[in-house]
Design a binder for this molecule. Structure first.
Ligand code: PLP
Length: 476
């Protein structure tokens, strides 16, 4: 299996090369030359496997340049009931992504039992082990520089902590994260994790990361890398839980199943699209958004219009507050028949800030041929749905999963199983949970009192040079 760029300007590369890279040299995203395909009999065989073996059976098709025993070892080390336990009954934790039944044909698949209580741990933990392996093989080192307003940064830190050959420099806005999020990140004691608390907002943190990446000399000298949402390794790891969820709810292998996914950068649901292309009988893929409705508008009208920062709202499902959806390019590449010339032209308009509108045959194929539909949610609806799910089913869901619940209800066919992907636990979003349920959400036992642990961070001015200087000091 080799990887090409959506925009057509990259010679095909093996997995390990694109794993450590970011954007393709032509500005596009890397994507497999073809998707592996499972026929019904092959799916039946997969349906009996436990999570790790299923992960290997799927992921090895995408990876030619790590030998099978090594890949299996890296996967086995990643998906353990200890890492994805979170105080669950050991039998349930063994499932890694257990499925909870709300009512007939309506399910929630738990993806947030990893160390940082969000679905990003599902992929990031594997990425940590893959990075360590590939860097060791090559005798290389990488210094990951990123910006976070909460979820991504902590998932990256918990995946890379203590890993050889990797340092993490994570910028966060000083005083802007919740006490819990701050404690999660700043209480890490590992020598390869650096928390930079920048006296500014998240957007400025992101600008600093961009400026560092635009300084080719600094980037090369200090081996700067990233683990953002376009990383292919993250997408491929996410494909696995769609298969797991499908097998958990389908009465017979071959039955149609719908998935509903709270979405921001389109990374999670892009993996669902790929699972569907691989032959998994997914019928609908329901995209759920919050007030930041770039994706809802796209799937309802065929118009893709990235927003400016000014038009991007801070909402109570903050991990879905996006101005554009980076991974959408991977789906549109398939939608336009993998015509990279056409794709590149569309994204040229995106980069100019204009966006594009799909011609109606392409627009119609999004739902007819690819199963995509969408729905958005407001704060009031989010709160009402958290309450509804608790009152009806006795289950506490977080604000992002509540956006998913709303979209699932809107597109549900009671005769077809619908799986809502849980993307975070309520414990991470106390204020909204209190507003909805009138009390603090349950917190896993091992995280009680995390705010009282000693914290490490370096407070820096909103200044690229100050951040570069800090990185130099640690590495020189
Ligand atoms: C990252 C995140 C999302 C959005 O996922 P994408 O892959 O960016 O679409 C949704 N919910 C939570 C809790 C997240 O952390």
């Amino acid at each position: 299996m080799r990887y090409i760029s959506t925009r057509g300007g990259m010679t095909p590369q093996p997995f390990c090369d694109i794993l450590l890279g970011g954007l393709a040299p032509d500005g596009g995203l890397s994507i497999p030359e073809i998707y592996p395909h499972f026929c019904l009999d092959a799916l039946k065989k997969l349906s009996t496997l436990e999570y790790r073996d299923l992960a290997f059976a799927i992921i090895h098709h995408f990876v030619d340049d790590i030998d099978h025993p090594t890949l299996q070892k890296l996967i086995d080390k990643t998906y353990t009931a200890e890492v994805y336990c979170n105080g669950r009954d050991p039998e349930v934790a063994r499932e890694i992504t257990p499925v909870l039944k709300l009512e007939n044909n309506l399910y929630i698949q738990e993806l947030s039992n990893g160390p940082t209580l969000a679905f990003k741990d599902m992929a990031m933990q594997l990425l940590g082990n893959l990075f360590e392996h590939v860097l060791h093989e090559r005798g290389e080192q990488v210094n990951i520089v990123g910006a976070t307003s909460g979820d991504t940064g902590s998932a990256a830190e918990y995946a890379m902590r203590g890993k050889k050959g990797v340092n993490v420099f994570m910028l966060s806005p000083h005083g802007k994260m919740s006490p819990f999020q701050r404690a999660q990140m700043y209480s890490l004691q590992d020598k390869n994790i650096f928390n930079l608390s920048v006296k500014s907002f998240f957007d400025q943190c992101q600008d600093i990361v961009k400026a560092i990446n635009n300084d080719a000399e600094f980037k090369a000298q200090y081996k700067i890398g990233a683990v953002n949402s376009i990383n292919w390794g993250r997408i491929v790891a996410q494909v696995v839980y769609y298969f797991k969820g499908y097998f958990a709810v389908a009465k017979n292998v071959g039955d149609p199943v719908d998935f509903c996914v709270p979405s921001g950068n389109f990374g999670n649901i892009c993996a669902g699209h790929i699972a569907r292309q691989m032959g998994l009988p997914i019928r609908k893929l329901v995209v759920a958004t919050n007030e930041n409705d770039v994706l809802d508008e796209f799937f309802k009208t065929g118009k893709y219009r990235p927003r400016s920062i000014k038009e991007t709202f801070e909402t109570s499902s903050p991990s879905m507050d996006i101005a554009k959806a980076s991974n959408l390019e991977r789906f549109v590449f398939d939608l336009v028949g993998r015509d990279s010339t056409r794709l590149a032209a569309l994204w040229q308009s995106v980069e100019k800030g204009e966006g594009f509108t799909l011609p109606s045959p392409d627009f119609e194929r999004m739902s007819h041929a690819y199963g995509f539909v969408s729905e958005q949610s407001s704060h009031a609806e989010r709160v009402a749905h958290i309450r509804e799910v608790f009152e009806k089913y006795g289950v506490e869901i977080d604000p992002h999963t509540a956006d998913g619940y709303k979209a699932a209800k809107a597109h549900r066919d009671p005769a077809v199983a619908m799986v809502i992907l849980e993307t975070a636990l309520p414990a991470k979003f106390e204020a909204t949970m209190v507003e909805a349920l009138g009390r603090q959400p349950a917190r896993p036992e091992h995280l009680q009192g995390i705010e009282d642990l000693p914290q490490h961070s370096e407070v820096l001015e909103d200044d690229v040079e100050a951040v570069k200087q800090f990185i130099r000091q640690q590495l020189d």
